[in-house]
Each structure stands twice: as structure tokens, then as C-alpha cells.
Ligand binder design. Structure first.
Ligand code: NAD
Length: 274
């Protein structure tokens, strides 16, 4: 199945549905990435802190898929923040991945108490200029963190990757980002399994109306909202299910019902303190 791509402000295209690689051991990662690529996924969301970039690289090489057909993201960790650190951090990441470039390189967390977000961003701009990262962006940035780098640099982040699921929809942040051309990537799209989606009756009713699973409804909702997603699963049947969300369309009324499910439940770390 071919997933229609969307364009980032860098001029590069991204498949809006990928596979997440958080908390997976190396052996498991290689198997999952191989299976995901076999199923048709082309977008892999990784990070140095996930500790599995070598396995991602091995799976890519085993797949034989041409590099230009893949979209590979990785993220720098807090000890790689600062003006100079990203320039060596990217080389380390590329070595672990066995790649010449990544498609998207992100600052993983703003860590406001460190006060290094703008410096790190300026370093990332230099990384982009080398071609080692095709697009650059941020993750877990609040509006004030974004404002700091938008005002202090000449590059607008291509994406901001933030927690986003039916009970935590990030409406205010998205409204701020949209006119700037910053795409939203939603992590934990299924709530990281930390609450039971089935307890939201609207989702069950919408799923029944389309003959799909609740998880498929949620992922379809992200996509129709223009949010880029990469759910994680170690099970092949779920990888397949999560990819199979292009054969139905939610109505405007259904989208509105899901919009009404936001009660501000954050399941992950708060970037203000994280
Ligand atoms: P997720 O919302 O994707 O939830 C994963 C859980 O949902 C797993 O436990 C899995 O068993 C279950 N699941 C997946 N598909 C299912 C299906 N079809 N039916 C039933 N259950 C299903 O949470 P996540 O993995 O934390 O988020 C996705 C990705 O986002 C991560 O893998 C990672 O790449 C990224 N992420 C980024 C950050 C960040 O700080 N930037 C933080 C967390 C995650």
C-alpha cells in the first residue's frame, strides 16, 4: 500500500503514518522494523535514547529498500544539547544507523531549566546545512519554547512532536503552530495504552459504524486532523491493522464527536518540568 505523503516546510515529503520505536530491545527492533517495512511502512520514528538505532539500520539494510523511499527520524538527547554538540551528535547517530543522512532530526525535549534550546537549534541549523539532516524540528516544545527559537533563528521547525491522543488534543499549541507552517507529530497516539480507549463510548460507536477497530478510528482521526502519527506495536497483526486506515473516512460529525473527548489527560511527562 502506498501512503500519500505530505510536504514539510523544508520542501521534503513525509509519510504521515509511520512506526514508533520507543522502548524496544535491539533484537525486537530489528524484527519489527523488518516486518513493518515488509508491510509497507516507510517512516520510522526513532531516537538515540531508545537505544536501538543500530538495529534500525540493520533492518533497513536487510530490507533492500532504496534509501530515498524511506523516511528516518532520530532525536538528540539532553547531553547533546548546546551550540556545538549537535554537529558531533549527528555523526554518532548516522554511524549507529549506518546511514549518510536522516530525514528528520529533532531536539527530543526542550528542558527549559537548561536554557539551551535556542543554542541547540542554531546547532541543528548547521547540521541541516551539511545535508546530514534533510529536515530539522523539535519535540515536546511548548508555545514559549517554540517562540524562543522562531524569534532567535532563521529556520522555522518542520515539526513539533508532542503527546497527542483523544483525551489530550493540544488544540492551543496546534493553533499557534499552523500559521507558522510547523507540522504536528503526535506521539502516544493510542494513549500509550495508559487508558482504555474502549471506555470512550463514542470511539466504539464510530468503530462499529465503519467496521474497524477503535485503534484504527483513533489513527484515522489523527490523519484527518493533519497530525503525523507512528503508533508502536511489537505484534505483526497490530502493525498491519495500524497501517490499514486508508480505506475509510470519518465524517465531519464523527470528527467533532472525537474532538469532544479532550479532557486534558496527559499520560506522559510534562515538558515544563521534564
Ligand atoms: P502508542 O500510543 O503508540 O501506544 C503503544 C501501545 O499501544 C503499545 O503498548 C501497543 O501494545 C498498543 N497498540 C498498538 N497498536 C495497537 C492496536 N492496533 N490495538 C491495540 N493496541 C495497540 O505509544 P508510544 O509507543 O509511546 O508512541 C508512539 C511513538 O511515539 C513511540 O514509539 C515513539 O516513536 C514516539 N514517542 C515520542 C516521544 C517523544 O518524547 N518525542 C515520547 C513517546 C513516544
Amino acid at each position: 500500500m502506498r501512503i500519500p505523503s505530505i510536504r514539510l516546510n523544508s520542501g521534503h515529503d513525509i509519510p504521515p503514518l509511520g512506526v514508533g520505536l520507543f522502548k524496544l530491545e535491539q533484537d525486537e527492533t530489528q524484527r519489527i522494523v523488518e516486518q513493518a517495512l515488509e508491510l509497507g511502512y516507510r517512516h520510522l520514528d526513532g531516537a538515540r535514547i531508545y537505544g536501538n538505532e543500530e538495529a534500525v539500520g540493520r533492518a533497513i539494510r536487510v530490507s533492500g529498500i532504496p534509501r530515498e523511499e524511506l523516511f528516518v527520524t532520530t532525536k538528540l538527547w539532553r547531553d547533546e544539547q548546546g551550540r556545538q554538540a549537535p554537529l558531533t551528535a549527528i555523526d554518532d547517530a548516522l554511524e549507529r544507523l549506518g546511514l549518510d543522512y536522516v530525514d528528520l532530526y529533532l531536539i527530543h525535549w526542550p528542558h527549559p531549566s537548561m536554557g539551551l534550546a535556542l543554542d541547540t537549534w542554531l546547532g541543528l541549523e548547521e547540521v541541516a546545512a551539511t545535508g546530514k539532516a534533510r529536515s530539522i524540528g523539535v519535540s515536546n516544545f511548548r508555545q514559549e519554547d517554540l517562540a524562543t527559537i522562531v524569534e532567535g533563528s532563521s529556520t522555522v521547525p518542520a515539526v513539533n512532536q508532542v503527546e497527542l491522543h483523544p483525551r489530550f488534543q493540544q488544540r492551543a499549541l496546534r493553533a499557534y503552530q499552523e500559521p507558522l507552517g510547523i507540522r504536528t507529530e503526535g506521539w502516544g497516539p493510542l494513549g500509550q495504552g495508559k487508558y482504555d480507549l474502549a471506555e470512550l463510548p463514542a470511539l466504539g460507536e464510530i468503530a462499529a459504524a465503519h467496521g474497524v477497530s477503535i485503534q484504527q478510528v483513533v489513527l484515522r482521526w489523527h490523519l484527518q486532523e493533519g497530525v503525523i502519527v507512528f503508533p508502536k506495536s511489537s505484534r505483526p497483526e497490530r502493525l498491519r491493522e495500524n497501517l490499514d486506515v486508508f480505506g475509510f473516512e470519518l465524517t465531519a460529525e464523527e470528527l467533532e464527536r472525537i474532538r469532544g473527548l479532550d479532557d486534558g489527560l496527559r499520560v506522559g511527562t510534562d515538558p515544563a518540568t521534564g
